[in-house]
Design a protein around this ligand. Structure first.
Ligand code: SF4
Length: 304
């Protein structure tokens, strides 16, 4: 492991590269990364890194696409070609066009967990950290929102607006695994534990939560909270970061099987080959990238 890490560090220097890793990546990948965060924190980081010529984005397809859209002069590499987010595949351009015809006055908000073509067809993007603020910033009471139905429902609860989910049942297969019954069992052993849940979880699961938020917000909450034990309702990769940042606190995953197989495809070996051979470069057609960039930049202008 040390050997491959040293080789990656060497290549990074030679090629003026940086490695960005999502909070759900394997521990050893988080260790080698220059920055760890959620998708948009990482894309912003990429924009600030003026000297970097290559960005290795250790995550899934749509995140690397966003980085490529926001950093058109840099080479963005996705180490594992097959690292695709199934939820991002659930919202098609045709679905958005059909919904626009039915609701011509409703703005289209897409979660960043979408492919570039869907972003290009939207009015504005959002993340799980700022969906409420993005929807509140729009001068409309009816919003078309996709692809995550649970985030759509959560945003509707918080904003009081009518949110039409696109498609009707878009979901994250990993977050859907969390069940309130599991929280009840863990709570019996840890009655003082605080429950943190991602908004991609079901409404029943969200009802168990003391805190609902994105991975970045969970990290902040755990740091600032006086609680000592936390039950965590999001992908298990976050536990590594939470434990590292809070060594005196205890973190228990709400369901052991909550592992995103796509996020775990990226290994140190793959990062090494990716950097060495400069593959797989993420390319977004210019016309699509320009429109998607507008939707992403509109999101950045919303205060959250
Ligand atoms: S955790 Fe869910 S939303 Fe995130 S990449 Fe995996 S499948 Fe997609």
């Amino acid at each position: 492991m040390k050997d491959i890490s040293a080789k990656i560090q060497q290549l990074k220097k030679e090629k003026k590269a940086i490695i960005l890793a999502h909070n759900y990546q394997r521990p050893e990948v988080q260790e080698i990364a220059d920055y760890i965060g959620d998708s948009i924190e990482l894309s912003r980081k990429a924009m600030q890194e003026q000297d970097a010529e290559i960005i290795v984005f250790s995550a899934v397809d749509f995140m690397a696409q966003s980085a490529a859209i926001l950093n058109p002069t840099k080479k963005v590499l996705l180490p594992t070609l097959g690292a695709r987010c199934p939820m991002a595949q659930m919202l098609t351009v045709d679905e958005i066009k059909r919904a626009k015809k039915l609701h011509p006055n409703a703005p289209v908000v897409v979660y960043v967990n979408t492919l570039a073509e869907a972003k290009a067809e939207s009015d504005i993007c959002c993340t799980s950290a700022n969906a409420v603020e993005v929807v509140n910033s729009l001068d409309a009471d009816t919003i078309l929102f996709g692809p995550d139905r649970n985030l759509a429902e959560y945003t509707a609860e918080k904003t009081g607006k009518k949110i039409i989910p696109l498609p009707e049942w878009g979901f994250c297969p990993t977050h859907l695994l969390f069940q309130p019954e599991d929280v009840t069992i863990i709570k019996q052993q840890h009655p003082d534990a605080v429950v943190m849940v991602h908004p991609e979880c079901s409404a029943e699961m969200r009802k168990t939560a003391d805190f609902i938020g994105s991975t970045s917000k969970m990290c902040k909450y755990a740091k600032e909270s006086t609680a000592k034990t936390f039950i965590v309702g999001t992908e298990d990769g976050i536990l590594y970061r939470l434990r590292k940042e809070n060594p005196d606190k205890k973190f228990i995953i709400a369901y052991d099987g909550a592992v995103c197989p796509n996020m775990k495809l990226t290994t140190l070996d793959r990062i090494y080959v990716s950097l060495k051979e400069e593959k797989y470069e993420v390319k977004v057609p210019k016309a699509v990238a320009e429109k998607a960039r507008v939707a992403l930049e509109r999101m950045f202008q919303v205060k959250s």
